[in-house]
Design a protein around this ligand. Structure first.
Ligand SMILES: NC(=O)c1ccc[n+]([C@@H]2O[C@H](COP(=O)([O-])OP(=O)(O)OC[C@H]3O[C@@H](n4cnc5c(N)ncnc54)[C@H](O)[C@@H]3O)[C@@H](O)[C@H]2O)c1
Length: 325
């Protein structure tokens, strides 16, 4: 298949690209290579893809209307995997425009491109953050998600609404994936596990928000890529009854972990104790996430299951090799 993969130099995107190329798909990777975090890491991920048969790369900003129209003016994509976005909850408090440009305007350009090309399936990244401060656990796709607590979360929920409108109007299947805190090798330097690892190794204090009283459903990267590929291969059917070919699924480990237990897991993998600086809750954060994965299981017969200790050990192994520590 000929696939457009946005966010190809990103954490999840680069792993998805590896899997697509390994099974023989033709991939056009798109990324702006922006400096939200160290672009050298993005280039290093990209370097592993460039030179592999079937991979091409275009540097483009999602918000660049003419640039995105050019991308879709080329040969038709069978499917589009849209992972590029301005990620991060906390950054959305200080840099709202990055989210408006990439996640709203940019997503609109993706939908328009898919419409003009009538692609067979658009799979895009949503987020567990759409559940906001919901207290009913585990979070299920049928729960109301009308109370986001950050602009990031609101932009992801908006993407789901926009996708539904296009699926309904133009009859092309869209599937949104609500990722739950993804971690693993080549992971993002702005995320807690990466920040914790760096600080613990350097003997510096780590910031523990809400005094450690938080739970996250940490999901290993290989489980995410498996889920993305399985979902990609199973678009919603075009029903004659007129229902929009639209789906949304959680992809999470379905096993929430206390933040302090998570830190202890990293400490064990590093063989070093963290200096914890207990701080209040940060604006935009939610106290807990916990994915129901029943809908994903029913749809593609797969759910994430990598144990945290195993995933963290692989992350630490990569971290020490990549950063030479
Ligand atoms: N990692 C997680 O825990 C997690 C959780 C929930 C949702 N998500 C979502 O999954 C997707 C991938 O996340 P990730 O962790 O790989 O993040 P990432 O930041 O590593 O990857 C995103 C990529 O998109 C690119 N990008 C950002 N803005 C762009 C723009 N305007 N134009 C073109 N490219 C742009 C970045 O350069 C980056 O390489 C994102 O949509 C994110 O919101 C991630």
């Amino acid at each position: 298949m000929h696939i457009l993969l946005t966010g190809a130099a990103g954490f999840i995107g680069s792993h998805v690209a590896e899997r697509l190329l390994a099974r023989g798909d033709q991939v056009l990777g798109l990324d702006s290579l922006n400096d939200y975090y160290d672009p050298a890491l993005k280039r290093a991920r990209l370097q592993r893809l460039q030179g592999q048969p079937g991979f091409r790369f275009v540097q483009c900003d999602l918000a660049d209307r003419a640039g995105m129209a050019d991308v879709f003016a080329g040969p038709r994509f069978d499917r589009v995997i849209h992972l590029a976005a301005q990620a991060g909850v906390r950054y959305s408090i200080t840099h709202p425009h990055a989210y408006l440009d990439a996640n709203l305007t940019g997503f609109g350009h993706i939908l328009e491109g898919c419409r003009t090309q009538q692609v067979d399936h658009l799979v895009y990244a949503s987020s567990s953050s759409v559940y906001g401060g919901n207290t009913k656990m585990p979070f299920a796709e049928t729960d109301a998600v009308d109370h986001p607590v950050s602009l990031y979360a609101a932009s992801k929920k908006a993407n789901e609404l926009m996708a539904h409108a296009y699926s309904h109007l133009y009859r092309f299947p869209t599937t949104g994936l609500r990722f739950f805190t993804v971690y693993g090798p080549w992971g993002r330097p702005d995320m807690a596990y990466h920040l914790f690892t760096r600080a613990i190794l350097a003997g510096e204090p780590i910031a523990v928000f809400n005094h450690g009283d938080m739970q996250r459903d940490f999901t290993y990267i290989d489980d995410i890529t498996e889920g993305v590929l399985r979902v990609l291969d199973k678009p919603a059917p075009l029903s004659s009854a007129g229902a929009a070919p639209y789906r949304v699924f959680n992809i999470g480990n379905s096993e929430p972990v206390q933040l302090l237990d998570f830190i202890a897991c990293i400490e064990r993998a590093l063989g070093k104790t963290a200096i914890k600086q207990l701080l209040p809750m940060q604006a935009g954060d939610v106290p807990a996430t916990y994915a129901s994965t029943q809908a994903l299981q029913d749809w593609v017969g797969f759910v994430p299951s990598t144990p945290l200790a195993q995933g963290i050990a692989r992350f630490v192994h990569w971290y020490c090799g990549y950063y030479g520590v």
